[in-house]
Design a protein around this ligand. Structure first.
Ligand code: UTP
Length: 297
């Protein structure tokens, strides 16, 4: 069964402990790559893929995220008055239609699967939905979720974004057991969350973009606890391998793991270098700093 994908769930209820102390007061998703919060990249990608309804699974201490999506009439007025047209456009491009965003609470961080399950009442019984993890920031010519929506139009079933990772890193990911490798698309024979490298069925790792059937929510209803004592989305998807099927999609583009400090820094440098207004000066700065550090060694 293939239907249009118009809803996306953004699970943002994690504790973000890798960014303490910052995340004591700031939701991770509000942290900025150059001048845009992580969540804005995720929203833009979703919009480009045809998503019209945005469901945030939040938790205590995330009110800055809700504020971010409010319109800012006073600020707009001030920019208009000052003739700052470009800034006004940037500001307005972040506006969301009234009623397009829904917030549900996850009262306790019991895992990604549990976070997705918290949104179950907002998903109809037969509609596919996307899940986007804003920590995985994608730089791609064609937005990654759009690539997946197009591929999904051919396959139906469930689809996870995937990429090859070094074998020693597989235990940080959900890992695909490959049933049939068709190049960009893989028919999935099984999924294992955070396997030890020697037990991993491959080095094809699941990345934070999914298109799922509501059947996944029924699997999550069982609240089965998996790796790390958490309710894992991977386990619920694995249960559909023999059902409506699961595909892994090797996306085109670069993925930055902005849930980790190193990944966040890499994304910051890379996005700054790509900016027309900053790139050239920033490149000179980086070259200088690297040269000085090499000379000091
Ligand atoms: P992570 O594994 O990155 O966990 O979650 P985290 O809590 O955000 O960060 P660390 O590891 O403590 O630094 C992956 C995604 O799943 C969401 C997170 O918000 C993030 O988008 N998540 C995770 C939830 O919404 N609820 C959970 O219970 C767990």
């Amino acid at each position: 069964m293939k239907r249009r994908v118009t809803k996306a769930i953004f699970p943002v209820a994690g504790l973000g402990t890798r960014f303490l102390p910052a995340t004591k007061a700031i939701p991770k998703e509000i942290m900025t790559l150059v001048d845009r919060p992580l969540i804005q990249y995720a929203i833009d990608e979703a919009r480009a893929a045809g998503i019209r309804e945005f469901i945030f699974v939040t938790s205590r201490g995330k009110s800055a995220l809700e504020d971010y999506f409010d319109h800012a009439p006073q600020l707009e007025q001030a920019l208009r008055k000052a003739g700052k047209k470009e800034l006004l456009e940037i500001l307005q491009s972040t506006n969301m239609d009234s009623g397009a965003i829904a917030y549900v609470r996850q009262h306790e961080a019991r895992g990604l699967g549990h976070a997705v399950w918290c949104a179950r009442r907002l998903i109809a019984g037969n509609e596919p939905f996307a899940v986007i993890l804003p920590d995985d920031v994608m730089a791609a010519e064609k937005p990654v979720l759009q690539q997946m929506v197009e591929a999904y139009a051919e396959t139906g079933g469930n689809m996870v974004a995937a990429m090859e990772v070094p074998r020693e890193k597989v235990s940080a990911y959900g890992v695909v057991e490959i049933a049939e490798d068709m190049g960009r698309m893989v028919r999935v024979g099984g999924l294992v969350e955070k396997p030890a490298p020697e037990e991993a069925p491959s080095n094809l790792a699941v990345i934070g973009r999914y298109i799922l059937t509501p059947q996944i929510l029924r699997h999550l209803n069982r609240k089965k606890v998996g790796a790390g004592g958490e309710i894992q989305l991977t386990d619920a998807i694995a249960a559909e391998v023999g059902g409506q099927g699961v595909y892994a999609y090797r996306f085109e583009g670069e993925r930055y793991d902005c849930g980790s400090k190193a990944g966040f820094l890499e994304a910051t440098v890379s996005f700054a270098l790509a900016r027309e207004d900053l790139g050239a000066d920033f490149r000179r700065f980086l070259e200088g700093i690297v040269a000085r550090s090499n000379a000091a060694e």
